[in-house]
Design a protein around this ligand. Structure first.
Ligand SMILES: *Cc1c(COP(=O)(O)O)cnc(C)c1O
Ligand code: SF4
Length: 385
């Protein structure tokens, strides 16, 4: 293992397994622009005309791009758009970013605020559900509007942007509540904020004596890895310990660019976790999840949660049975590195919070006798002494 100037560690032997993303119609764009997150942000694909040049659209997609827009805008960075298979409408990147008519299929089970985040809101930018930690909404922008987003009701809606005043009131709430030791900085995507703005917010949090840690909930590693600049990482270094929870859903998203972004964060001391959402036709099979988690571990990203797709409106076409997730966990546990096995959770409707629904390995339990099943299906007895 080589140590590079500045103490960074070379992991090129692993890095070489992560090719850079293709560039599709942006082949002629110079590296200086392609690697500039402002350029990526500015050149986002937001119209049918633009999308038409990137992929061969199906009639369903063509209609949905126009008709679903009122529900939830389309926005795709050139980087993420270029990852799409132009010929295959079932491409996992495409399914996550290009609207389909399924989004307009509302069902009786759909909920406007599936996790009751608004109900547990003591002040407009905070959800306080668990005893010692809060969710803190800092912006409603994201580089890519994920079609399966659970916060569709707010994300991409400029009228709900977290204004300065709201952020101040949220910070005041956290200052006042001494039981809060962990702050999930979320949105939208907090990396949509400028470095200076984020520096200010994190600095304020760090100045609160009872706040021990915070986490940035961001999908930029997946949708806009160019955002993870050296300047950003330098700024984050000041506020350590910083946890970063990101959202990879498919091995196709684990590119060279994403690897380099994760490497910069990890070298900057950030601890990175992944929160995958189980999505029909995208990652609802054991092979895909195993490959994803193996690739994430090479990127120094630890699989943390798999979420059951929730009951938000317009995402019913992505939902899978809970048993699908349990089958996936069973296929991982014991069969591969324990570090590649996340918790499978249902974020319960009506504000129940995250509830684990992992497979059970206890066959029965009477008195001091526990009958257990191992990963290979064999039963073993443990008698408590
Ligand atoms: C997910 C979530 C958290 C963090 O939960 P962990 O299990 O600690 O990762 C905190 N608050 C709310 C409202 C959440 O939805
Ligand atoms: S990055 Fe997260 S908040 Fe933003 S659209 Fe995607 S799922 Fe929603």
């Amino acid at each position: 293992m080589d140590v590079l100037p500045g103490g960074a560690v070379s992991i090129n032997h692993v890095r070489s397994r992560f090719p850079f993303a293709p560039r599709s119609i942006w082949k002629g764009v110079p590296d200086s622009q392609w690697n500039d997150w402002h350029w990526q942000q500015r050149e986002r694909v937001t119209t049918l005309e633009q999308l038409d040049q990137v992929v061969r659209l199906t009639d369903d997609e063509r209609r949905a791009v126009v008709e679903a827009d009122a529900q939830f805008h389309m926005g795709i960075t050139p980087y993420y758009a270029a990852l799409m298979d132009p010929e295959d409408p079932t491409c996992p990147v495409r399914l996550q970013s290009v609207p389909t008519m399924g989004e307009l299929n509302f069902t009786a089970a759909d909920l406007e605020d599936p996790l009751a985040e608004e109900r547990d809101m003591p002040v407009p930018g905070i959800t306080h559900r668990y005893p010692d930690r809060v969710l803190f909404y800092t912006t409603h922008n994201c580089p890519v509007y994920c079609r399966h987003c659970t916060r569709k009701r707010k994300v991409a809606d400029p009228s709900s942007a977290a204004a300065k005043k709201q952020i101040e009131e949220s910070l005041a709430y956290i200052e006042l509540h001494t039981e809060i030791r962990d702050v999930v900085v979320s949105g939208g995507d907090p990396l949509s904020l400028s470095d200076d703005r984020l520096d200010y917010i994190l600095g304020r949090l760090r100045a609160i004596p009872h706040v021990e840690i915070f986490r940035l909930g961001t999908r930029n590693l997946v949708t806009l890895p160019q955002r993870i600049t050296d300047d950003l990482v330098q700024m984050l270094r000041k506020h350590q310990p910083v946890y970063v929870n990101t959202h990879f859903n498919h091995p196709r998203e684990c590119t060279g660019e994403a690897f380099d972004a994760a490497r910069r964060l990890a070298d900057g001391g950030c601890v990175i976790g992944n929160q995958m959402v189980l999505l029909k036709g995208i990652n609802d099979d054991p092979r895909t999840v195993k490959e994803l988690n193996h690739r994430l571990l090479m990127m120094r990203i630890r699989p943390y949660y798999i979420y059951q797709c929730d009951l938000a409106r317009g995402i019913s076409h992505f939902r899978t049975p809970i048993e699908t997730g349990r089958r996936i966990i069973r296929s991982l546990r014991g069969h591969t590195s324990g570090m590649a096995v996340p918790y499978f959770v249902v974020d319960a409707p009506n504000g129940g919070g995250k509830i684990p629904v992992n497979p059970d390995y206890v066959v029965r339990h009477e008195g001091k006798r526990w009958v257990l099943r191992n990963f290979a299906g064999k039963e073993f007895t443990y008698d408590e002494p």
